[in-house]
Design a protein around this ligand. Sequence first.
Ligand SMILES: [Zn+2]
Length: 398
Amino acid sequence: MSRVKKNNLIWLTVFSWLLVLWANASNSTEKYSNNIKPLFMALDNSLPDYVGFDCWHGYEDILDNLRDAQNGVPPEKDKVKIAECLMNSAKTEYPPLIFATSVFSDESINAVTRGIEIVSSRLGNYGPYHVYLVGNNEEKGFVVDVEEIAKIYCNSADKYTEEPFENCFENAMNDFPNFGCCGAAHNPSHGIGQNIRYQSAVFSEDNRSTKEGRSIITSAHEYIHVYQNGFFLWGNDIAAEQAGLTEEYSHGPVWLEEGFAEGLAQKFTYQDGYNNHYKDFLNEALDAAIKVNRIHKFTLRDIATRQDQANVRSICEECQGWLQYETAAIALAVLESQIGNENFIDSFKSYYGNVPIVGWESAFEVSFGMSMNEFYEMIDIFMEKPKKEQRKIIHKLL
Ligand SMILES: [Zn+2]
């Protein structure tokens, strides 16, 4: 074999290997390659200087008034124009940042990363968004680096929101070491008065949640809340809440917000091959929905407001969860099986885009083609069917 030929052979071998490596790499990342990839950050990292979107120019007076009033309703003048700007300002080109204590494995951090990518590839990149993986006190050694993670959490709050560091730090140092297993909590984005629509979530999961396949779903669930919060623009309507009503320009009842978040997180992770338990999830949710409906006679109508939630809890502690998560997910699964998967996602996006402009009840009707009452009645009819038939309906989602 001549020298030249030998060299050619070596290059051919190297080239084939590169081709194999490239093919493998592109197979695993292709689906999310157009996304902004979340970044894992050290706890002592400095914080980015985010630049936001200015929706105030020319609207200073209107927005100042809205902020001061905080009564949760849009302005009369240029409502659509201002709403569109604020909705846009909830999107970002900045990558989501993940902060974790040293107890978390690479596998856990990757699961949280992938959960965000699964959702952002479908709904877009919202934020800036920070995730704090804190852990829980279920076993000794699960809560470490509390001060370090509380510091970066509160430095971020101080830098990007109106909450001062001291206040945040005192609360975090009390709360973080006492987290039980397992879940996550999301902090809302603000609307009026902020150029940076910073959002964050705190996770009390641990490495076991990742092994059970749960962390990726939790991360997807929280990121759906990030998306939803991008459409909450006008502040809280305290008066409506005190009167036991659901704010007109809010996301609607909590069960709707949570039903979408959990149902879609389960579905999206299933579609991308990361959730083998989707069918079990639907079956178990159906069992819980049947139990709360037949034994306790509750329906989704019974948890429309915060007062309702408290009322349900006082009668049956577990019922609030069974309604808010399981029954809500089943009700939305019934809706999806009726209108089809693609229409359902389009209607979901249309719903949130309409909430700040026409209010949640009209947004639901415009987007899903039925009023809230018609929806409730459809679920009543579903709940009376034999279980075999119910399963057939929700298994259309598989
Ligand atoms: Zn949630």
